[in-house]
Write a protein that binds this ligand. Structure first.
Ligand code: PPE
Length: 317
């Protein structure tokens, strides 16, 4: 991966190569961590973090669900993120805050282990490729079901839970597909390994509801609003597997992936096998929102203050 200069670790900016943990870090053994994936874009109003507050809120909720008190408040982590982006001299980047049980105790009772916090930023190109965003991707319904709400907490973005996504991702990759689609424990469509999913049929957009074990994606929320603002009907309802194959269009959303059309699922062409018109219209409007080109969505952007760039080696502001 591409290195940046600095990483924020427990309240301080440290050199990238010095941001290390002990091998007996609790989270490394048991997956006791929660994280976020956020992006900063070079927008019309300068570098700005997309839906920063919503990501911070979800981070704190994920931590709370796993009984992890974060030793900083939302505003401190928000400011730390803006400072870090500036100090690294990024105009656009991916942002990864991680809250984890640190070094100090072992065993499954974690409440005496310290809670450490780190934020890293790096340049991350389109997760499923520029070609994927343009031409659509091929996906496979996974043999792995999405974690069920009676074993884990689908609404939490927790490190250990990602072993589920990772099994699905490896399976789809080995089978020659670009992404996996997981069903929930009832067999309804849930989401991708790291994206929410939408289907379009007869002009109506549908996406799995909160009860389908989804991660409550921030881009899902944004795209639902954008689609409705464009005049489309969006239903949040259970989707049968066959509705994927019968759809006119399918697309996925996520911070790393952004909005990616799906052109084929389990070797069935979706629609005519090319990104559909509705997906494209929403993709364009979404991209405009990310880049501050639409006035009404500017409130979703948290600008990086020019002063944050003062200490960066590459003066960009
Ligand atoms: N579902 C899952 C399981 C998921 O991991 C993500 C984000 C989403 C849905 C979409 O959520 P949102 O980004 O809030 O719209 N996946 C993050 C991690 C990807 C990774 O490979 O790491 C991301 O996109 O940042």
């Amino acid at each position: 991966m591409e290195q940046a200069d600095l990483i924020w670790l427990n309240g301080e900016l440290v050199a990238w190569e010095d941001a290390k943990v002990h091998v007996l870090t609790h989270g490394l053994h048991y997956g006791t961590g929660v994280f976020e994936g956020i992006r900063c874009y070079d927008t019309e109003i300068g570098p700005a973090v997309f839906r920063h507050q919503a990501h911070m809120d979800r981070l704190f909720k994920s931590a709370e669900l796993y009984y992890m008190p974060i030793p900083f408040d939302r505003e401190q982590l928000r400011q730390a993120t803006l400072e870090l982006i500036g100090a690294n001299g990024f105009r656009s980047c991916y942002i990864r805050p991680l809250v984890y049980r640190g070094y100090g105790t072992m065993g499954l009772f974690p409440l005496d282990a310290p809670v450490d916090v780190t934020i890293a930023t790096w340049e991350w190109a389109a997760y499923l490729g520029e070609a994927g965003k343009r031409d659509g991707i091929r996906a496979k319904v996974s043999s792995w079901r999405r974690i069920s709400p009676d074993s884990l907490i689908p609404h939490a973005k927790a490190s250990g839970q990602y072993l589920n996504s990772i099994l699905a991702k490896i399976e789809s990759h080995k089978a020659g597909y670009e992404e996996a689609i997981l069903l929930d424990d009832h067999g309804y469509v849930c989401e991708g390994s790291g994206e929410n999913i939408f289907v379009v049929r007869d002009g109506v957009i549908a996406t799995p509801p909160q009860t389908a074990s989804i991660l409550d994606g921030i881009n899902r929320m944004s795209v639902v609003q954008i689609a409705r603002d464009l005049g489309f009907e969006v239903a949040e309802r259970n989707l049968a597997r066959a509705e994927l194959y019968l759809a006119d269009e399918v697309f996925m959303t996520g911070t790393a992936a952004e909005l990616v059309p799906v052109r084929e699922i389990d070797d069935h062409a979706i629609g005519d096998g090319k990104p559909g018109e509705i997906s494209r219209a929403i993709q364009v409007a979404f991209d405009d929102a990310l880049h501050g080109r639409t006035e009404r969505y500017r409130e979703w952007l948290d600008p990086v203050p020019a002063a944050a760039y003062a200490r960066s080696s590459t003066q960009v502001a």
